[in-house]
Design a protein around this ligand. Structure first.
Ligand code: FPP
Length: 257
């Protein structure tokens, strides 16, 4: 298969060449938590006469660049939307291919990610995944649980509404009384638990939709939407998105006088 032969994170370094320093000066206020809707793999492939799966492989390659850049630019948590609960409706070949990508990424990249201090977490339901993949995901999450250089949340078989439903079910199973329910408590029942909400959500390929991604957590997130297809969303544009974010005034519904 095409794809993840090189290491996913290479050798992550915080040291930068001076030319790089000029090109990407340190950001005064980088977002702590960035979410990415990696859209446009299919159209990227179609425009090149390639298959949709080749588009997803190119998207996986791009993930490598964005992981490295996240460490370099000071992002501490990255949440990627890799497979939604709605993606099961796609052609079986494409669904199988996306499952295979997840498995290959774990098989080939886990040790390197671990060595580079990346903590992997899974957001979503494990139930519908095949037992082999499920086991690998659980192992990857467990192996990397003490790493803190970069937290990579992989939303796989994830849906925001589904997440809220499972949170409510668990609240009920825990027999929490209505008076005890607060926004903070409900947040803790989401897959993201006590993690900070996303500060910035990036969506590639020009669609203006949330597509069921972190709909609870993104209440006050800033959005950056670009027409660029995900496989072409490189380090320069990532920096631009983070730079734009760092200039925005966040008011959380209040007013800054
Ligand atoms: C949306 O593009 C993209 C996806 C549904 C899959 C994204 C997955 C990857 C980039 C692979 C990385 C995965 C892991 C597990 C690390 P689209 O197919 O909807 O594009 P289109 O709208 O142009 O058709």
């Amino acid at each position: 298969m095409v794809g993840v032969a090189k290491s996913m994170v290479g050798v992550i370094t915080n040291h930068r060449e001076s030319t790089e320093e000029n090109k990407f000066p340190p950001l005064p206020n980088p977002p702590y938590h960035v979410g990415i809707i990696m859209d446009g793999n299919g159209r990227w492939a179609q425009e090149r006469g390639k298959s949709r799966l080749e588009g997803h492989h190119a998207g996986t390659e791009n993930l490598r660049r964005i992981l490295e850049a996240s460490v370099e630019f000071g992002v501490k948590m990255l949440t990627i939307y890799a497979f939604s609960t709605e993606n099961w409706k796609r052609a079986p070949l494409e669904v199988r291919g996306l499952m295979q990508i997840l498995e290959n990424v774990i098989d080939r990249e886990l040790q390197e990610l671990h060595k580079n201090g990346v903590r992997l977490r899974h957001l979503g339901k494990l139930e519908r995944l095949n037992p082999g993949i499920r086991k690998k995901v659980i192992h990857a999450v467990d192996l990397t649980k003490d790493n803190d250089r970069l937290i990579l949340n992989v939303a796989f078989n994830y849906g925001g509404r589904d997440e809220i439903v499972q949170a409510v079910k668990h609240l009920m199973l825990d027999q929490v009384s209505p008076e005890e329910i607060t926004e903070e408590l409900l947040s803790r029942y989401m897959y993201t638990g006590t993690s900070p909400d996303p500060d910035l959500i990036i969506r590639t390929s020009g669609e203006f939709r949330t597509s069921n991604f972190l709909i609870w957590q993104a209440a006050y997130a800033e959005y950056y939407i670009t027409p660029t297809y995900w496989p072409d969303f490189g380090k320069e544009e990532y920096y631009k998105a983070l730079y734009e974010f760092s200039k925005r005034e966040r008011r959380y519904g209040g007013r800054n006088e």
